[in-house]
Write a protein that binds this ligand. Sequence first.
Ligand SMILES: Cc1cc2nc3c(=O)[nH]c(=O)nc-3n(C[C@H](O)[C@H](O)[C@H](O)COP(=O)(O)OP(=O)(O)OC[C@H]3O[C@@H](n4cnc5c(N)ncnc54)[C@H](O)[C@@H]3O)c2cc1C
Length: 461
Amino acid sequence: MASSASSPKNPLVQFSVFLALQVAPYERPALSKGFLLPEAPSRLPSFHTCVGANEERLTPKWYKEHGIELVLGTRVKSADIRRKTLLTVAGETISYKILVIATGARALKLEEFGVKGSNAENVCYLRNLGDASMLVDLMKSRPGGNAVVIGGGYIGMECAASLVINKINVTMVFPEEHCMARLFTPKIASYYENFYKSKGVKFIKGTVLSSFEIDSNGKVTAVILRDGSRLPADMVVVGIGIRPNTSLFEGQLTLEKGGIKVNGKMQSSNSSVYAVGDVAAFPVKLFGEIRRLEHVDSARKSARHAVAAIMEPNKMDEFDYLPFFYSRVFTLSWQFYGDNVGEVIHFGDFSGSTFGAYWVSKGHLVGSFLEGGTKDEYEAIAKATRLKPAIEDIGELERLGMGFALAISEKPPQPTVSNNGRGSDLVLEKPIYAWHATACVALAASIAAVAYWYGRRRRRW
Ligand SMILES: Cc1cc2nc3c(=O)[nH]c(=O)nc-3n(C[C@H](O)[C@H](O)[C@H](O)COP(=O)(O)OP(=O)(O)OC[C@H]3O[C@@H](n4cnc5c(N)ncnc54)[C@H](O)[C@@H]3O)c2cc1C
């Protein structure tokens, strides 16, 4: 959470960052990937980063050098939006002119679904550095042991891959018919499930955990499923979703989609308060809807936009974000852009290593997925999705596959004012041809880093 008031480096603005963390902010995606590797694992300070904003390590020294007050280990326990004050657990009252809420989210606990046992010493969640360190210790202490992964979403899939790489036997349990049910089609999911199976992962789908067997030392020894089956377990990893941290602001700011509702400047229902990242529900112009996203690219870009809107309110356009999700597991790597609604067509080689899908809704391309693409190809699907071209011939889209996005990105249609934001007026009727794309770069992570970056950029003007 960041507040602003005046600074030694820039007398106009002072940034203060208040964090419940004991260490400086870091990029969480590393926790389920490089951090869990048995060899040459990522460790801080390597991911005290702000991907896209600069190449610097954002250690406490960095904050100090840039005139940003970083207050660690301090939780804000209440907020008074009318009086513009925050109260910390240490009893300190902080006044602000502008407040940026970047409180993110917390992992959902099993207890919220009526299952006890989260406190057992071998049950792990994965939201923060402490959780990831606990999982590393568990993997080291039970070589060749059995892990049960509860949940088939991002965290479950990425943890399962890391556990296997650490030579742990993995069983995944989730209620849906296939993994990554919120994003993947059954066909895409089946590719990943087969890949995981080839690495030894077992899947138990369509059921949920009902209880744990816990020994006298407080360790889980087995997981009991609702269908009565029993899975021996040396460790359990739970990835069952997150809840945005909005409680400080409930009843004071308008909430939507479980988050703090903001406008296209990331400004909440109170004009002095902005919200960014996982906690913010913002208008996604491309879809004409309010969405709350739980992804790092959205956190970086919404933070950057909020800072720009605070610094130069009259110059800023509305936030125009193209939703972007990605994951990397084993040797696999996928990216998704846009929205997974409407009719879906698949393309590419599902028996090989490069394939994808397009989603078409109301006659326009709205979403694109690609596994195993090159940099140019990922950039092409991003660009094509952003352009929302009209698709009249779905069969042709299927036939062109990757070639469609590459062609569109090479020769983008001119957006027209007359189609009320529906997308580009390019119509897919016949095959189109070219094979290269240009780049787009993601920027910024921590709100303070973005603020500093923006301040510097302004001074250069
Ligand atoms: C293990 C893991 C892997 C991930 N991998 C990917 C990935 O591959 N790709 C992807 O797109 N996304 C990924 N994500 C999601 C991504 O990390 C989040 O979208 C991103 O961290 C959101 O950033 P944020 O700043 O909004 O919130 P957070 O990163 O949650 O930060 C919130 C901060 O606010 C602090 N805070 C909360 N309440 C208070 C309070 N009352 N007082 C003071 N401080 C407070 C917290 O301590 C924390 O420091 C992953 C997440 C996890 C956990």
